[in-house]
Design a protein around this ligand. Structure first.
Ligand code: B12
Ligand code: SF4
Length: 501
């Protein structure tokens, strides 16, 4: 009879262009998916779903900041009456090659392996048949999980313990109600590996009602909004503060402004600040229309919001229409930025380069307009990427257009399709030029001079992080940390292991 169960929750990283595993000494943004799965697993244990006598040990590893002890994990099942389950968690498309390589090593050692997250969920959501690379993994005994598991994680773990896991679980049609579900479990030892150890994440809701063609979220988490209860969120924030001193959050909802429970959540957070003196601050993602929702900006400020990440994507109306982003009205962008800035909330826009109508000249002009007329505090640039699960990917697949077969490059920092006006190489050049222009000394100085006192240091710190990522590390800031670590032997299959000399 089984006595001990090791559950390894591992968020895989990406390989760099030389095939080395990307890892940093300190990360910047902790993974919410890891925390979610940890919270769900703790709940399964608490409910004794796996029986009275099974000792379950949860190991949380984020390969962007942790060296995964592959050999130790492979050996862990050799102990008597012990089983090891490896869950490759929150696997995005650019991490899928690394996840698949890890999965194979663990399978060869006889461990139970599951892969979930946006890549497999999105890939299988729209394509007409199971793609060969996924089928291959299933044939090798890896279990693929498509969709969210808030209502099914206990059943899956029971199947794993009993050794009756199926090759594929599909929960896409049964999206869980999140209202009273366990919140992400934030572990202090994990946070220590990040620059700000008081930084937590919670997804207060999921889904988005809009229909952007490059977006995977709507085809995986759906267009109907689901949300957590305000009391549940407030309790989590209170407990995290008391237990670990966590006072800064990234609310990872793709569009907090369309979370139908936003008002109750903001009010509950404001009460934590006013009545319990928790010095809460947070950032969140919103759409360009959010500033028009009555009381939204003001209540966000009172609840502790310091930054909004806005899906602006382009200042070119034709680009926006082509991408189905009809809710974005360029003429109102400056008002949007001003509404948040006046409330002392820093603005950070997402901006895509490489829409079909873009040319090098139009991108230069648009980025200048963004800096001089729209004037957000920060911008993150992305190369348009047909992520599996998006309409763009489906259209390219149906039209048999060339798409780079190496998913490791699908990080919106590499060119993976051909562009009608930008030659190969030119696209990446103009993309990097946009980064350099926005994070030029002159623009950063202008942003700091226009910053509200509440945002000044926040903007300053983000400039350091962004400059370091793009200039020193040559990586997208959202995929970057501080001080790159490279294991000589941790190299992608097919690349040579070089001598230490
Ligand atoms: C917050 C966020 C970030 C944060 C933090 C990452 C994190 N995971 O917390 C930051 C800003 C760092 C980030 C960066 C990037 N992100 Co991001 N991010 C998100 C966002 C908005 C929320 C993530 C989240 O918390 N979701 C809630 C969790 C609970 O959902 P989930 O991950 O799907 O997990 C559930 C199920 O999938 C399942 N599951 C997941 N894993 C497993 C494993 C097993 C074994 C099982 C059984 C189940 C299971 O169970 C979970 C609970 O139901 C998502 C969009 C979204 N709505 O999810 C994009 C998203 C995941 N990001 C995306 C991308 C592309 C990126 C970047 C590459 C962008 C860039 N160029 O920089 C980088 C990559 C960074 C990295 N190293 O991971 C894409 C991924 C699409 C894809 N197919 O690859 C998404 C979907 C958004 C999009 N644009 O479409 N991101
Ligand atoms: S607004 Fe954002 S989350 Fe919503 S569909 Fe568009 S890209 Fe996706």
């Amino acid at each position: 009879m089984l006595r001990k169960l090791n559950v390894y929750l591992i968020k895989p990283t990406q390989y760099d262009d030389d095939g080395y595993v990307v890892r940093h000494w300190r990360g910047v943004l902790p993974s919410n998916t890891l925390a979610c799965l940890a919270g769900l697993t703790e709940d399964v244990i608490k409910q004794k779903r796996l029986g009275e006598f099974l000792r379950v040990r949860i190991h949380v590893l984020d390969e962007t900041v942790d060296r995964v002890p592959v050999k130790r994990i492979c050996r862990s099942q050799r102990e008597q009456k012990t089983k090891t389950i490896v869950c490759l968690v929150g696997v995005q498309t650019n991490q899928f090659p690394r996840a698949a390589d890890l999965a194979r090593v663990f399978r060869r050692a006889g461990l139970t392996v599951l892969i979930g997250g946006f890549h497999v969920s999105g890939y299988l959501a729209l394509l007409p048949a199971i793609p060969p690379d996924i089928q291959q993994l299933m044939d090798e005994g890896v279990t693929i999980v498509k969709g969210e598991v808030e209502e099914t994680w206990g059943d899956l773990l029971c199947d794993a313990v009993e050794g009756r896991l199926r090759p594929l679980y599909d929960f896409l049609a049964d999206k869980p109600d999140l209202y009273q579900k366990p919140t992400p479990s934030i572990r202090k030892e994990y946070l220590r590996k990040f620059v700000a150890p008081n930084f937590g994440t919670i997804d207060c809701g999921r889904g988005c009602p809009f229909e952007c063609t490059f977006c995977t979220i709507i085809n995986v988490q759906g267009r109907k909004m689901r949300f957590r209860s305000a009391e549940v969120i407030a309790t989590a924030v209170r407990n995290n503060y008391r237990a670990h001193g966590i006072s800064f959050y990234f609310f990872t909802d793709d569009n907090f402004a369309r979370n139908k429970n936003w008002q109750a959540i903001f009010d509950a957070l404001a009460r934590l600040k006013d009545e319990e003196h928790i010095p809460l601050k947070f950032m969140m993602q919103v759409d360009v229309l959010s500033w028009k929702i009555a009381n939204f900006v003001d209540k966000a400020r009172r609840a502790g919001c310091t930054t909004v990440f806005i899906g602006m994507e382009s200042v070119n109306t034709e680009n926006l229409e082509g991408a189905g982003k009809r809710q974005n009205h360029v003429a109102e962008y400056s008002q949007l930025i001003a509404a948040y800035r006046n409330a002392g909330i820093s603005t950070h826009v997402g901006y895509i380069i490489g829409f079909p109508r873009d040319t090098a000249e139009s991108v230069r002009r648009d980025v200048a307009f963004l800096m001089q007329d729209v004037k957000p505090d920060h911008a993150s640039f992305f190369m348009l990427t047909p992520l599996p699960g998006s309409q763009d990917h489906l259209a390219a697949f149906r039209n048999q257009e060339w798409m780079d077969p190496d998913f490791n490059r699908y990080d919106s920092h590499h060119q993976v399709t051909r562009h009608p006006h930008l030659a190969d190489g030119e696209w990446k050049d103009i993309y990097l030029e946009a980064w350099r222009a926005f994070y030029s000394f002159d623009n950063m100085k202008a942003v700091l001079q226009g910053s509200q006192p509440e945002s000044y240091w926040h903007n300053f710190m983000r400039f350091i992080w962004y400059k370091n990522s793009i200039v020193t590390e040559g990586r997208h800031p959202m995929m970057c940390g501080f001080l790159r670590l490279k294991g000589r032997k941790q190299r992608r299959p097919g690349y040579p292991i070089l001598s230490p000399w």
